[in-house]
Design a protein around this ligand. Structure first.
Ligand SMILES: [Zn+2]
Length: 486
């Protein structure tokens, strides 16, 4: 055998070895936390009746941002009955609370939301019909969100109580996700300072771990103040606030061409004068700017601020832009997302019944989208996901403490979100199934985090690298949260 042949033979052996290594993957090491995860899942199942009851109760209350008094009471009372230490009215919001159990480290947090959206009341049926005309509805499924998170916190608490897990579990009752951004005030109040890792989920039309971070957002109000006069008799004495508003929206619409495709600009005219024969003295625009990176939102905001000044000058009126809220994009922790993915894979898909699929298809028919029914299968792990529209105040938490986030099917694929179809499925068995599943993912992942210090370390290391040199600057103005007085 000459040297060439010898090398070729060695090469062949190596190739064969690597091929066999690929075909015969070594069996994964048994999960040392498996028994405890199974126990946590059983503790969720044991709570099924009270959890469904709690979720339906909150679905019925359908309270909007910072008005979630009954929803917050239902949840915090439940936590207290289960032995949690509950602190109500945190961060200046009567409907915010923190429920803790256990002592020492690790401290694992679970986020819960429970606010509804105005004007989309709906019965739990596949055709559009309000429960109470004009009233709010759970068009984002936050009744399921808050309840699933509570179920997981209680399961972990039971295991700490009997000494099977060591550390502290903390449930964050976070109000006003849909407006205001309750979590931003809770972050600013330092409520997440000492937490090791936070878990969160969101109702969806799909099952996946959230490797896309959504969008950062700034929520602003622009006001114009001019001078009223008769629009025909002495218009030269007037200066129109609406002229200023129109100059600004014209500028914003021209800016659309000169921003990156991931950015979004949207506004509504809150006040645009009263009658045509009075030169409008006052005009008000509600303007949101978004992008997948906070820095780019800051840049757009600076441009909008200069445009506001320019629009005021053009119209000869006073112009003022005020930032009233905003969120960071969600910082994705891939190590954490992989952990969530392993637990969702372990739990398997959600099986929906024929009746549930028919219910979803009826909604899809009624909203004119393909009748695909419900997606109970887990989507593949995507380390490079396309950018995604939408913002959440979970973003601000995720830049403060490593935050793991996933989505679970609770609604019909393709049907409009923040609308009646989501309210409908959030109040019946489709939503309940997604909620129970999410609760199990949260609990199983929490068990991993309590039991596996090396996994905690890896998640925290990734977070530390991502946030090196980062200084947190919330968008919210100084002062207390805007709690409604009525
Ligand atoms: Zn939501």
């Amino acid at each position: 055998m000459n040297r060439f042949l010898l090398r070729a033979a060695a090469c062949f052996v190596l190739l064969a070895l690597s091929a066999s290594a690929q075909t015969q993957k070594p069996a994964a090491a048994p999960d040392p936390a498996l028994d405890k995860k199974q126990e946590a899942v059983a503790l969720i199942e044991k709570q099924q009746a009270p959890l469904i009851q709690m979720s339906d109760e909150i679905w019925g209350y359908a309270e909007t941002a910072l008005r979630e008094a009954r929803s917050a009471k239902t949840m915090s009372d439940y936590a207290e009955q289960q032995g949690f230490k509950v602190e109500r009215g945190v961060a200046g919001m009567p409907t915010a609370f923190v429920a803790s159990y256990g002592e020492g480290r690790p401290i694992i947090g679970i986020l819960g939301e429970y606010d509804a959206l105005p004007g989309i009341s709906q019965k739990a049926q596949p055709g559009k019909e309000p429960l109470v005309a004009g009233a709010p509805g759970h068009g984002c499924g936050h009744n399921l969100l808050g309840t699933a998170s509570m179920g997981a916190a209680v399961a972990i608490k039971e295991m700490i109580a009997v000494g099977k897990l060591k550390g502290t579990i903390r449930y964050y009752g976070t109000p006003a996700e849909e407006a205001v951004g309750g979590k931003v005030y809770m972050v600013r109040a330092g409520l997440f300072k000492d937490v090791d890792i936070v878990l969160a989920w969101h109702p969806s039309t799909k099952m996946n771990v959230d490797t896309a971070g959504g969008q950062a957002i700034v929520d602003t109000i622009v006001e114009f103040r001019g001078k009223a006069s008769h629009a025909a008799f002495d218009p030269w004495n007037g200066r129109s606030a609406v002229d200023g508003l129109e100059a600004l929206t014209h500028g914003l619409n021209m800016m659309r061409e000169h921003i990156v495709p991931t950015a979004r600009i949207h506004y509504v005219i809150v006040k645009g004068g009263d009658v045509p024969n009075v030169v409008p003295e006052y005009a008000k625009l509600w303007l949101w700017l978004r992008d997948i990176k906070r820095e780019r939102v800051d840049e757009m905001l600076a441009r909008a601020q200069r445009m506001t000044e320019g629009a005021g000058l053009m119209a000869g009126v006073e112009a003022k832009l005020t930032v009233q809220a905003g969120d960071y994009e969600r910082l994705v922790n891939m190590t954490g997302e992989r952990l969530l993915y392993s637990n969702m894979t372990w739990l398997g898909p959600i099986t929906f019944t024929e009746e549930e699929q028919a219910f979803a298809k009826q909604i899809q028919t009624n909203t004119g989208v393909p009748t695909k029914g419900l997606l109970g299968q887990l989507q593949p792990f995507d380390p490079n996901p396309p950018s995604e529209g939408g913002s959440t105040d979970v973003g601000d938490v995720s830049w403060t403490v490593p935050t793991l986030h996933f989505s679970v099917t609770t609604a019909a694929e393709g049907a409009p979100w923040h609308g009646w179809p989501v309210v409908a499925t959030s109040g019946m068995s489709i939503g309940h199934k997604g909620m129970m599943y999410a609760s199990k993912v949260l609990a199983a992942t929490a068990v991993d985090l309590f039991e596996k210090p090396e996994v905690r370390q890896a998640i925290k290391k990734e977070f530390a690298e991502q946030t090196k040199g980062f200084v947190y600057k919330p968008f919210i103005p100084d002062g207390p949260p805007p709690v409604p007085k009525d």
